[in-house]
Design a protein around this ligand. Structure first.
Ligand code: FIX
Ligand code: ZN
Length: 425
């Protein structure tokens, strides 16, 4: 087959730009900078396969709008029964037009499985026949990613023992130290830290700060995280004389400086507005980003990898990123990860930040979700990026394929590699 030699330094005609952008997006393996996926050595924390895909909390929330089943009845079912209920309501009785439902269809299509079957028999047989390690590689290849950044919780009783026994690293995954239980749920977890030998108390007084700092250092040595991370409520304030405020200022930020890693702040969650829905019960609130401004200004030696959940906070996040080079906006998080909003957010980021931000992460909880989440990202962002080069061309600078290749690598790899100071690709 003749391979077309592309002169990457040649200027592109306006009619060639979109195809060049699509080619470079397809040809570039992305780094997925935030997921809830787990490397195989972390055991059954890692979720994959059709029943997990269909019982994703996004789809659970949609089920109760399209079925007479009550929340109590649903959570009393087995996982297969739950998946059957969701399949029937969202994929058989109604067309799967929502973002999350279409995603399941895209995964089935990617593996050549029926997308309109009356039940899940064939899909279940297919996934049951997969061997996890080779399946991960196949899924990453289909998704066009070569690295997934995990979310690793040192106080999770289902995960920490794997690390303490020495979980084998996997070159396809990068660890992160997740701090929600320490920073947001101190009242429920200081005793757990105490049992682990930390001299802490309910008010985080005495040796608490020093021992949390030591605990963080021990876990950084153990798992070698690319960053530390915490999700924060829409009400987050900093500086603040609260336990969270003091732990953040005196333990977490110094530890990030000591290990020279960013802190990921994911701001704007209204937790469990409907507790009955469990993981699906969280909502969104507009946050006061003056706290982020203060952190970026007063802690110039720290780097803040930041995503905000409210659509109404996006423009000011871009403005702050123009003011502070230690602030790296990333992703179209959770309720924002829909084409209509991804397009709006990415256009304003390109207009204000050029290619100095990280456009997307998948937030995948189930392995195969990366297939549709990254397919959607490429599909949505290709025309957005192409429009930038078209406008640049109209204004007098002709784009080349080399420009596009460089920019795509910067957006989906280089900005993260530089900000996290690894991995070197
Ligand atoms: O805090 C987080 O990492 C959030 O992404 C999750 O808690 C959330 O449930 C989610 O998976 C959103 O996509
Ligand atoms: Zn997440």
């Amino acid at each position: 087959m003749s391979s077309v030699i592309v002169d990457s330094s040649a200027s592109l005609a306006p009619g060639e730009i979109l195809a060049a952008v699509e080619d470079e997006l397809k040809a570039t393996p992305f780094i997925d900078v935030h997921t809830h996926l787990f490397m195989p050595s972390l055991g059954d924390n890692g979720l994959w396969g059709i029943d997990n895909l269909i019982t994703y909390h996004y789809l659970e929330a949609e089920l109760f709008r399209s079925s007479s089943i009550t929340v109590g009845e649903y959570f009393g079912l087995t996982q297969r029964e739950k998946a059957d209920a969701i399949w029937r309501a969202l994929f058989v009785e109604n067309a799967p037009v929502s973002e999350a439902a279409r995603g399941v269809v895209a995964v089935l299509q990617a593996f050549g499985l029926p997308t309109q079957a009356p039940d899940l028999t064939e899909a279940r047989a297919f996934f049951a026949a997969q061997k996890l390690d080779s399946h991960i590689s196949r899924v990453f290849e289909l998704a066009g990613i070569d690295l997934a950044v995990m979310t690793n919780d040192p106080l999770d009783p289902h995960e920490a023992p794997h690390w303490e026994r020495g979980a084998d690293p996997d070159p396809r995954f990068l660890p992160v130290l997740r701090l929600d239980r320490i920073l947001n749920k101190w009242a429920d977890h200081w005793r757990v830290l105490n049992a682990l030998g930390c001299r802490v108390d309910a008010e985080a007084g005495g040796h608490s700060i020093d021992d949390v700092r030591r605990f963080l250092a021990e876990w950084c040595e153990r798992i070698n995280p690319v960053y530390m991370a915490v999700s924060l409520p829409d009400t987050f304030q900093f500086p603040e004389s609260s336990v969270r405020g003091r732990l953040l200022a005196e333990a977490v930020l110094p530890a990030c400086r000591e290990f020279d890693i960013p802190l990921s702040l994911m701001i704007g969650v209204r937790y469990l507005v409907n507790p009955a829905l469990k993981l699906a019960g969280d909502a969104v609130g507009k946050a006061d980003l003056h706290s982020l401004e203060y952190l970026c200004r007063e802690y110039p030696q720290n780097r803040f990898l930041t995503s905000v959940l409210s659509r109404e906070n996006q423009h000011e996040l871009c403005v702050y990123a123009r003011k502070f080079a230690n602030l790296m906006p990333f992703g179209c998080w959770w309720f924002l990860n829909n084409p209509s909003i991804v397009e709006e957010m990415t256009r304003e980021r390109l207009e204000m930040l050029g290619t100095s931000f990280i456009p997307q992460h998948s937030d995948a909880r189930i392995l195969e979700q990366v297939i549709y989440k990254w397919r959607n990202t490429r599909r949505t962002l290709a025309p957005v990026l192409a429009n930038c080069y078209r406008l640049m061309s109209e204004d007098g600078r002709q784009p080349t394929r080399a420009d596009i290749r460089h920019d795509v690598r910067r957006l989906f790899r280089g900005n993260f590699e530089r900000f996290a100071k690894r991995p070197r690709s």
